[in-house]
Design a protein around this ligand. Structure first.
Ligand code: GDP
Ligand code: MG
Length: 402
């Protein structure tokens, strides 16, 4: 699946690496980073597409399988280099020895983050894969949209999932990949509706049609029209892919074999072969398109990102300055630094007992605070103290203080 030309490497890798390293530094907590999020109804074929792109088997099965956002970082290695995998979430980080373990390890991570069963969580699981057979791409897989809760799920599971998806796709920095089966009326899908709500012009939405082998005979031309962007217009357009069906998975058809079958399928197809020929079909073309889209998107986002980082840096620096300078690096100077601090503290403690102004810390200026407090007291006494003659008047107190 060597879909990217060597020449992209110099341009593509640094961009994606930069964003990945910002994300691993935790920058995402403060700023939105460019990303591609995969959304679609349950069983629309999201995991199949991700599997085909990454070459590793991801958790799948019936019902809700993706229960946490999964960030899939793919890095292309040179021909002949080894496969490498790593999974991380919260404070946990673990290398993966065997691609076959990925499925189990993601499931374990989901149990830790979202509990046993069918609940979901907003916590991100990050899966890094480097191999000569993957494109340079970072994708975020999200739980599939459901409408009805199954046994053991909270009633509002549909709402919870939608909220989680919205959290990702609302950001201007996210490209939404909307996965829709070819045999379903695309206009009625919840996924496309959600993407349109946050991106009405379709500027950052890309449609992916799956399961072209299941299209009803006679309706092929309407699928072709959709892919040609003539039905629901999206600026980024559409792609159509064929992945392994349930039977092929049961028969253990490998992902490499599946790519071959996909190619043969499109080549032999009476209606869809034109889509294949003009580059609108197939996983390898999709990989290429996504990588380029992501890089373009990153390049466009960088100036804004830089601005935001500068802004954040200035804020943090100002806050840091308020704390004054820290202990010096030199051991001998550190002793003097400590002595100074202890002396200043002792001095302040003594000043405090005599009611004098304190040297450090603007908040600890007892005089001005007390004056304000006595002022309030004064007002209260004036208001209520007329009948108790024995009480020193508030006015007197205030004068004594001054
Ligand atoms: P997800 O819930 O959106 O992640 O969907 P999955 O990727 O788990 O796919 C749901 C089912 O559709 C699985 O049984 C897949 O094998 C099947 N499937 C996915 N893509 C295709 C395809 O192109 N053709 C056929 N026939 N089946 C597919
Ligand atoms: Mg899935």
């Amino acid at each position: 699946m060597n879909t990217l030309n060597q020449q992209y490497e110099e341009k593509v890798r640094p961009c994606i690496d930069l964003i990945d390293s910002l994300r691993s530094l935790g920058v995402e907590k403060d700023l939105a980073l460019p990303a591609i999020a995969v959304i679609g109804d349950q069983s629309s074929g999201k995991s199949s597409v991700l599997e085909a792109l990454s070459g590793v088997a991801l958790p799948r099965g019936s019902g809700i399988v993706t229960r946490c956002p999964l960030e899939l970082k793919m890095k292309r290695r040179r021909e002949g280099e080894e496969w490498y995998g790593k999974i991380s979430y919260q404070d946990h980080e673990e290398e993966i020895e065997d691609p076959a373990d990925v499925d189990r390890m993601i499931r374990e991570a989901q149990v830790k983050l979202a509990g046993v069963g069918v609940g979901i969580s907003d916590d991100l699981i990050s899966l890094e894969i480097a191999s000569p057979n993957v494109p340079d791409l970072t994708l975020i897989d999200l739980p599939g949209i459901t409408r009805v809760a199954v046994k053991g799920q909270p009633e509002n599971i549909g709402e919870q999932i939608k909220r989680l998806i919205q959290k990702f796709i609302t950001k201007q920095e996210t490209i939404s990949l909307v996965v829709v089966p070819s045999n379903v009326d695309i206009a009625t899908t919840e996924a496309l509706k959600m993407a349109q709500e946050v991106d009405p012009n379709g500027d950052r939405t890309l449609g992916i049609l799956t399961k072209p082998d299941l299209v009803d005979k006679g309706t092929e031309e309407s699928v072709v029209e959709i892919v040609h962007n003539e039905v629901i217009h999206l600026k980024k357009g559409y792609m159509i892919v064929r992945c392994r069906g349930q039977k092929e998975i049961t028969e253990r058809v490998s992902l490499t074999e599946a790519t071959e079958r996909e190619k043969a399928f499109f080549n032999d197809h009476l209606h869809f072969n034109t889509l294949y020929n003009d580059g609108h079909a197939g996983i390898p073309k999709l990989a290429e398109k996504l990588t380029l889209e992501l890089v373009l998107h990153i390049e466009r986002s960088l100036p804004r990102l830089e601005e935001q980082i500068e802004e954040k840096l200035a804020q943090t620096q100002a806050e840091l300055d308020r704390y004054g300078c820290g202990p010096p690096a030199d051991a001998a100077e550190r002793v003097f630094f400590l002595i100074d601090k202890v002396t200043a503290f002792t001095h302040d403690a003594i000043s405090l007992t005599t009611g004098e102004e304190l040297k450090c810390g603007d908040k600890f200026n007892v005089f001005s605070i007390l004056r304000k407090e006595f002022g309030k007291w004064n007002a209260q006494l004036d208001h209520s103290g007329h009948n108790s003659a024995c009480v020193l008047s508030g006015q007197d107190l205030q004068q004594q203080l001054e």
